[in-house]
Design a protein around this ligand. Structure first.
Ligand code: NAP
Length: 471
């Protein structure tokens, strides 16, 4: 169930926003009496019975805007309940009995300073009062804190709403129904949040299909830090829908506070994409899968363990095209370069590596039997194909090669995909060389990953649509 929390300042604005929230898919709408400029408008508004309503007048001590007396606050809530509110939110630390009509009681606790040590004991003490629902809203900053909130939600079940506030809490906001939550809170639009980390109702419903998430929903994730920029949910969620699979793909910020094993156990992950900076860490934490020279970007849960693999490597080989016996100059020796080197070496390319830090280039060359050229002399290397696996050009207009370097006979392959048309590619194209965009490699590795998750390819029309959204 989705509860849209309104930030309306007047009853007229609230009326319009209740209609907008209902049209967007809200099952329940929270009216915040503490946000109203004239709180006495609350009860008459509730009496209009526009939609199932939850009424809240949050005191400033619990993160709200109410600075009036406690007596007035409780009177407003009582009037709203007697006017026909469906639910009423009361802070358990300030709990007092009053006539509530038919309103169901949501007993709440808010913590903006992080996760309290005695979180589970607080939840148990709240449950002892036998409310209809308990709500615990906690600001989380570490992956382990998110997992603790997920565990608590699963333990408390459908008479509870555990909210992990902040960016790290996003997976629980989306997957509340998967872990048994009574509902999840959403904002009406981006910018109208009443608590940190609320997602707009349109995104929850449209992108994540949150209304049909249930305990049978399979969970997939992209693990990284930072991860909020990942476009993966915009490709994988529509793809799951297109093949009729009850599965969702969410962004999970992964830090040192939780192991891969714990993430899989608590979130009940079926599979995950791994992104910067964790591809090498994931390779150490999986039970099986050393392909890609120790970099893993795909993890699948299997009976008895996790299998890691790397779809960057085959995607680079596919994008480069026929390369057996050809000379390849590989720029870079980081995670992407290692995967590319592994794939290209298996495809029979003759590889020369140039990297700013020459020791990393030597270490990689030793593993694949390639040669090394100092970074300052990279233009002298014999190359039919040049692969940029450095981060030069990412978000900038720089190229790792001078414009004068390029010849018609060459092929330029860029792994950088933001921007889509890099200076590296533009210079090569201007000299008549063939080019391959990083976007193609990104889409190729995602398609292979989806196949490893589901056994099916991403429908071509969706890939084309998604490609058009990348700049
Ligand atoms: P990484 O592990 O951090 O490696 C970065 C590489 O770039 C290293 O070789 C580093 O050299 C080099 N480098 C960075 N700044 C440099 C500079 N100013 N001058 C010279 N060399 C420099 O990153 P990664 O994971 O390999 O990713 C590299 C790029 O590939 C990123 O833009 C990423 O988005 C892209 N990528 C694309 C795909 C795709 O699907 N298209 C997949 C994976 C990655 P040192 O060793 O000297 O630090």
């Amino acid at each position: 169930m989705i509860c849209v929390s309104l930030a309306a300042r007047t009853a007229a604005q609230a009326r319009a926003e209740i209609a907008e929230a209902a049209a967007a898919g809200a099952d329940l709408v929270e009216i915040r009496g503490d946000w109203l400029e004239n709180p006495s408008e609350l009860a008459p508004l509730v009496a209009e019975r526009l939609h199932p309503l939850l009424v809240t007048v949050r005191s400033s001590a619990e993160g709200g805007r109410w600075n009036g007396s406690e007596e007035d606050r409780l009177r407003l809530l009582e009037e709203a309940c007697l006017a026909g509110a469906d639910y009423v939110d009361l802070e358990w630390k300030r709990f007092q009995e009053f006539p509530r009509g038919h309103a169901r009681l949501v007993l709440s606790h808010h913590d903006f300073d992080g996760i309290p040590k005695d979180l589970e004991a607080i939840a148990a003490a709240m449950a002892e009062r036998r409310p209809d629902f308990v709500k615990l809203a906690i600001c989380v900053e570490r992956t382990a804190d998110l997992l603790r909130c997920v565990r608590l939600q699963k333990t408390l079940g459908g008479r509870a709403v555990v909210v992990a506030m902040g960016e790290v809490g996003e997976p629980l906001r989306i997957l509340s129904g998967r872990y048994g939550g009574a509902w999840t809170y959403a904002s009406l639009r981006a910018g109208s949040e009443t608590a940190p980390g609320q997602l707009p109702v349109g995104e929850l419903v449209g992108l994540y299909g949150a209304k049909s998430i249930d305990r049978g929903t399979e969970v997939y994730a992209v693990l990284g830090r930072p991860v909020s920029h990942s476009r993966g949910p915009f490709l994988f969620n529509p793809a799951f829908r297109a093949i009729g699979r009850n599965a969702r793909y969410v962004r999970v910020p992964w830090d040192d506070s939780a192991s891969l094993r714990l993430l899989y156990a608590e979130l009940e992950l079926r599979g995950a994409s791994v992104t910067i900076p964790h591809k090498e860490r994931a390779a150490r934490e999986v039970d099986e899968g050393t392909e890609g020279f120790g970099t893993v970007n795909t993890v699948i849960a299997e009976a008895g363990g996790f299998r890691g693999s790397n779809t960057d490597a085959p995607a680079v080989v596919e994008a480069v095209g026929e390369c057996a016996g050809k000379s390849v100059l590989l720029l870079g020796a980081g995670g992407a370069a290692r995967a590319a080197a592994w794939g290209l070496a298996r495809a029979g390319a003759r590889i020369t590596i140039a990297n700013r830090t020459i020791e990393r280039a030597r270490e990689l060359a030793d593993r694949l039997g390639g040669t090394v050229v100092p970074w300052a002399r990279r233009e002298e290397a014999d190359a039919e194909i040049v692969v940029n696996a450095t981060s030069i050009g990412m978000g900038s207009d720089e190229s790792p090669m001078p414009p004068t370097y390029w010849r018609r006979s060459m092929r330029a392959v860029d792994l950088v995909y933001t921007p889509r048309d890099t200076r590296f590619l533009r210079d090569a194209r201007a000299a008549g060389a063939a080019t391959v965009e990083g976007t193609e490699i990104f889409l190729g590795q995602a398609d292979l990953q989806f196949e490893r998750f589901t056994g099916q390819k991403i429908p071509g029309a969706l890939l084309r649509e998604f490609r058009a959204t990348l700049q």
